[in-house]
Design a protein around this ligand. Structure first.
Ligand code: ADP
Length: 403
């Protein structure tokens, strides 16, 4: 089976074409600046990347170019678009109804449209991507894979906010959790690497990138996670504040006269590592500044690792133990110093890092970094959300073709 995975952002369309038999990515790339110019990046496996500047009016125009490239004489990897068996879409929000990946139908699209008020940034582009496929490849089954669905088994005590209950009943204000596809992928991969059934494992997965979240996975199910109603909740991130006293928000708005849009901009784009350090949202730049003695850079790193530790501690308490701790995404996979700081002074909880392995880890593969005697195993597991989406898409598309 050949599966095209699409991840539509407000002005971008990322894509990967998988050959599921070999597990190989045939080609991948990104269309950027959709609606405001247009740049197409296309990379066939084992070939030089190809760039094209062209007018991309909307997501449909972007998808059209991607399909043309996939079948083109010069750059193509398939002879015809008909070779694409199914399309998998990353959809950030599945609300309360989409509890697992699903074949896309008219009624699913209608439901996703009702979620736009609580998912204003990611909802409209995802729907545009779906509609573009419906127009350009009407006979190809499409599957939606939601960032939120991994959390659909969480108990209500873990997703209800302690505010008047009618906000949940009437407005669906609750914790949803995000990055679920990544947490699902790495927790499954970990079980595979450890050679144990996931049903028997208590795992904490730390997805630390520009956006970061931490999830407790027990018996293969996410029982709690750090992100909430939006990806804003949780630990300090690249530019997001993470959780803070809500009164800080209302106080700043009142005393500075900021509108809700201005306040959201501060909390989403000017806070977190960037806000504390005043240097960058990129941890690499912050690390360099910290090594050169910059106090605010050091503070940003400490606030980040303090936050991660707090979640790990609380999830160990929630699960009454832990078998494995996983680090993934840009920071989790690459920044050994953050892994070191997070795991420092955790021996009482059974977490003992092998400093040598942690520093000289092998990139791009699952890698154990705990000491032999560590009760809790610590792993770096490179995430692969696109492959997880492709796997779900294959499964649902096969089911559909049997019907
Ligand atoms: P996103 O959430 O946007 O997908 P990433 O997962 O790429 O982001 O994570 C971005 C963060 O990861 C940045 O803070 C960056 O410093 C860090 N990072 C990414 N790649 C590396 C690397 N090779 N070495 C060190 N840090 C990295």
């Amino acid at each position: 089976m050949k599966i095209l995975v699409l991840n539509a952002g407000s002005s971008s369309l990322k894509y990967q074409l998988f050959n599921m038999e070999s597990g190989q990515v045939l080609a991948k790339g990104n269309c950027e600046r959709i609606g405001a110019g247009g740049i197409v990046t296309y990379k066939k496996t084992n070939a030089e990347p190809y760039f094209e500047e062209t007018d991309l009016e909307n997501h449909e125009a972007a998808l059209k170019i991607v399909l043309e490239l996939l079948v083109s004489k010069e750059h193509g990897v398939i002879d015809s678009v008909n070779e694409i068996d199914a399309v998998g879409h990353r959809v950030a929000h599945g609300g309360e109804q989409c509890k697992q990946s699903t074949i896309i139908t008219e009624s699913i699209i209608k439901y996703l449209e009702t979620l736009i008020p609580i998912n204003p940034l990611h909802g409209p582009p995802a729907i545009s991507g779906i509609k573009a496929c419906t127009d350009l490849m009407p006979y190809v089954p499409q599957v939606a894979v939601f960032d939120t669905s991994f959390y659909s088994d969480m108990e209500d005590s873990r997703y209800i906010y302690p505010i008047p209950y009618e906000f949940y009943e009437r407005d669906k204000i609750r914790r949803y959790g995000f990055h679920g596809t990544s947490h699902r992928y790495v927790s499954r991969k970990l079980a595979e690497v450890m050679g144990k059934p996931i049903e028997d494992l208590k795992i904490i997965t730390c997805h630390l990138g520009n956006g970061s979240s931490i999830t407790a996975v027990q018996g293969g199910k996410a029982i709690d996670t750090s992100m909430g109603f939006t990806p804003q909740e949780g630990i300090a991130m690249g530019t997001r504040s993470g959780s803070i006293d809500p009164t800080v928000v209302t106080y700043i708005m009142k005393t500075k006269g900021y509108t809700s849009d201005e306040m959201e901009d501060i909390l989403n784009k000017k806070s977190g590592l960037l806000g504390i350090s005043g240097i960058s949202n990129d941890l690499r730049n912050i690390c360099v500044a910290a090594e050169n003695g910059n106090k605010r850079a050091k503070l940003a790193m400490k606030i980040l690792t303090n936050g991660i530790k707090k979640y790990i501690g609380s999830y160990i308490a929630e699960m009454n133990g832990l078998d494995a701790l996983v680090f993934t995404a840009g920071i989790g996979e690459n920044q050994y110093n953050i892994r070191h700081d997070v795991c420092e002074n955790m021996s009482w909880l059974g977490i003992e890092l092998d400093e040598e392995k942690n520093k000289n880890f092998q990139r791009g593969i699952p890698f154990e970094i705990s000491k032999k005697e560590s009760k809790v195993k610590v792993y770096i597991i490179p995430t692969d959300e696109e492959y997880m989406i492709a796997l779900d898409t294959e499964r649902f598309a096969k089911k559909k073709s049997k019907q």
